[in-house]
Write a protein that binds this ligand. Structure first.
Ligand SMILES: [Zn+2]
Length: 127
């Protein structure tokens, strides 16, 4: 059965199971659940590794840096105000986005059947 890449990534981005979209993908802030409690999908195959922080930093930088440049050109506030403004914004965006990006990457891996996600399940009725 074909798995939709965008739907799986969207479900993962929303911290939901990429297969059914009903249960939470994570059991902690960044800890992926062992399996979905709704459909039984085994999540132990995921290997997101360093990709979520890498993509999170790229996305946040592409959001914040243009705003920083515009604020500097228009207002040019003192460095203390800039630190008080940009550091919490960058930290908050990174902390908010990191699990979402990790969920999207796990959803992508599931959709592409990477790292064992495509293996057929052994029926529990078999010996
Ligand atoms: Zn599920």
């Amino acid at each position: 059965m074909k798995r939709s890449i965008w739907r799986s990534m969207w479900r993962g981005f929303n911290l939901r199971c990429p297969h059914c979209g009903h249960q939470r993908l994570f059991s902690g802030y960044l800890r992926v659940s062992p399996a979905c409690r709704n459909c039984g999908e085994d999540f132990s195959h995921h290997q997101a590794d360093d990709a979520p922080p890498y993509f999170t930093i790229i996305i946040v930088a592409h959001i914040v840096v243009p705003v920083m440049v515009v604020v500097e050109k228009v207002w040019s506030p003192p460095i203390g105000i800039q630190l008080a403004l940009w550091l919490p914004l960058i930290a908050g965006l990174c902390l908010w986005l990191l699990p979402k990006v990790k969920g999207a990457i796990v959803g992508l891996q599931w959709a592409l059947r990477l790292h064992g996600f495509g293996e057929t399940k052994v029926s529990s009725s078999e010996p």
